[in-house]
Design a protein around this ligand. Structure first.
Ligand code: SF4
Length: 545
């Protein structure tokens, strides 16, 4: 028999916050209280949240480690670079397409993504050092594949025993001659979350690859798409739309990317940032070194896709492109609208919670609102305060020991290749039209007053939130999936999409509407009862209770 859901209809956000903190010891509750925010409209400002701080020991966080952010997120989607993990084989869970990045093998057929490369360190390597083993592995990779580049990732044990991976990389690069070899000091413990790994990866990509190829690139309206990782084919759908509009993508960081895309990225005339958290500093570095301005875009949600296309067209300012973009939107929107109208009667009024990544918890709210759904609560796993409150807080961010651990690379204007893409007069004309560069207001202004915004949500709080607020769908990652489903609530992974996608662009919006309609209207989860709910065998209290 289906279990009737007891909905707490009249909940107050302050009561929910109190409930979430009630079980914690006083010190933990004080710390967590700063990461749980009730969104309120304050006069001329946004409320302040604590983010990008260490997870409290003992709490089961949703975060991944720094190495996971470097290898899994940033370098995972590149197809013709061999990514070699230096460490025990367990860490290589993040090295084998667990994020469902898709790629086309290209005409050259060079695609190393289905492989998992690891030095498979053993006890003896930990005791006597793993540098020789690493050099031998690089040589083996080169002999087998002759790739354009080999990158090396440090895992926790490598940092602890002090293997000098950068010297090994330099030596092997000189020895091999025609292969770019470089390393990432991205040990899992290096930062408080994946975010540190993104930064370490992007710094090295910028230092060792960007600007390596100066051959001119064909095409009109050249852009870089930064922070798009082609999960479940999102990047293919965005590429399809951009091609249809006549916009040329010089590089994507790093969905379906190639070595040459990184090497030629300085040839673009505009950088478009999707995931603000994982890459905004690369957009800044591109501007400082090569003169390429950047804007924030979002291709998640049909309306957001149209808005982003219009913004790109407005930047280039040519009527031919503006007309083409309008024609594409007019051609694509009717199919999207037809499906939206079909699902609306069944999805309107349903509720969602989103706890994903650094931008997804924000972007996907657009899709849910297109379906008439309300986001009750949302938050990021690894965001910084600017992703919540907007970029205006960046100069005021506290630099703590953990942030200092991550190198900030010094970038200057390239003496030969720096070229401002717009004249002062053109920039002023754009500003007069209300056009803004390098701007991101964060998640808070787009969330309703009274909604709960929670940084680094943990398993206990996730289950408590579901129990109290009974959302119709909960979106997070694989670690949360089964515990949420056992509570009788549908769970959609928004890191790797389970088996679905794409959800970006116009066709992606259609896929998302249909899938969420099925999930929130499925009765199957209401029949769920975990064995321990039917036959509770063990109960306990904390010592301070
Ligand atoms: S935390 Fe350390 S040991 Fe664990 S997966 Fe990350 S790098 Fe490997």
């Amino acid at each position: 028999m289906a279990t009737a859901k007891k909905k707490l209809v009249q909940w107050e956000p302050t009561d929910i916050k109190k409930e979430l903190l009630k079980k914690y010891p006083a010190k933990v509750a004080r710390k967590r209280a700063k990461q749980i925010l009730i969104n309120e409209a304050l006069e001329n400002t946004t409320p302040e949240i604590t983010a990008n701080v260490r997870t409290i020991p003992g709490i089961i966080t949703m975060r991944g480690c720094t190495y996971a952010g470097c290898k899994g997120v940033i370098m995972g989607p590149t197809r013709d670079i061999v990514n070699l993990v230096h460490g025990p084989i367990g860490c290589s869970f993040y090295a084998w397409l667990t994020r469902r990045n898709q790629t086309d093998a290209g005409v050259d057929g060079e695609n190393y993504m289905p492989y998992c490369f690891s030095t498979d360190m053993q006890d003896s390597d930990i005791i006597f050092g793993g540098e020789k083993k690493l050099a031998a592995a690089i040589q083996e990779v080169y002999d087998l594949f002759h790739p354009k580049a080999i990158t090396i990732f440090a895992t926790c044990p490598v940092g602890l025993i002090g293997d000098d991976i950068h010297t090994v990389a330099r030596t092997m690069k000189e020895k091999l001659g025609d292969c770019n070899v470089f390393a990432f000091s991205c040990e899992g413990y290096k930062g408080v979350s994946q975010s540190a790994g993104h930064h370490i990866a992007n710094n090295q990509v910028f230092t060792h690859m960007v600007g390596e190829n100066n051959e001119p690139k064909e095409g009109e309206y050249k852009i870089n798409l930064l922070g798009e990782y082609n999960i479940g084919g999102d990047g293919f759908e965005i590429d399809r739309i951009l091609r249809k509009c006549g916009i040329t993508t010089i590089s994507t960081f790093s969905g379906n990317s190639t070595y040459d895309q990184f090497a030629s990225a300085h040839m673009a005339d505009l950088s478009c940032v999707m995931c603000h958290r994982s890459i905004n500093y690369v957009a800044d570095m591109m501007e400082i070194k090569f003169g390429i301005p950047w804007i924030k875009v979002n291709f998640i949600g049909a309306k957001s896709t149209a808005k982003s296309l219009r913004k790109i067209a407005e930047y280039f300012g040519e009527q031919k492109l503006i007309d083409r973009v309008e024609a594409v939107i007019a051609e694509e929107m009717p199919q999207v609208e037809a499906v939206r109208q079909d699902v609306l009667p069944r999805t309107t009024g349903k509720t969602a919670m989103l706890f994903v990544g650094g931008s997804r918890a924000h972007h996907y709210q657009d899709l849910f609102s297109e379906m008439g759904m309300k986001t009750l609560s949302a938050g990021y796993e690894f965001a910084h305060r600017d992703d919540y409150e907007g970029r205006h807080v960046i100069p005021h961010l506290k630099v703590d020991a953990d942030s200092r651990n991550i190198e900030e690379i010094e970038v200057e204007a390239d003496p030969k290749r720096y070229r401002p893409r717009k004249t002062e007069a053109e920039l002023q004309a754009l500003a007069a039209q209300g056009f803004t560069f390098k701007e991101y207001d964060g998640i808070l202004p787009d969330m309703e007053a009274g909604t709960l915004v929670i940084d680094d949500l943990n398993q206990y709080e996730a289950e408590k939130l579901v129990e109290l607020m009974q959302p119709d769908i909960f979106c997070a990652g694989i670690k949360e999936k089964f515990s949420i489903q056992k509570l009788g609530v549908p769970m959609k992974q928004l890191h790797s999409y389970d088996s679905g996608g794409p959800y970006a662009g116009f066709k992606g919006a259609v896929n998302f509407y249909r899938e969420i309609d099925r999930l929130v209207n499925s009765k199957v989860w209401g029949y769920m009862k975990a064995p321990w709910q039917e036959n509770p065998e063990l109960s306990a209290t904390y010592v301070w209770e």
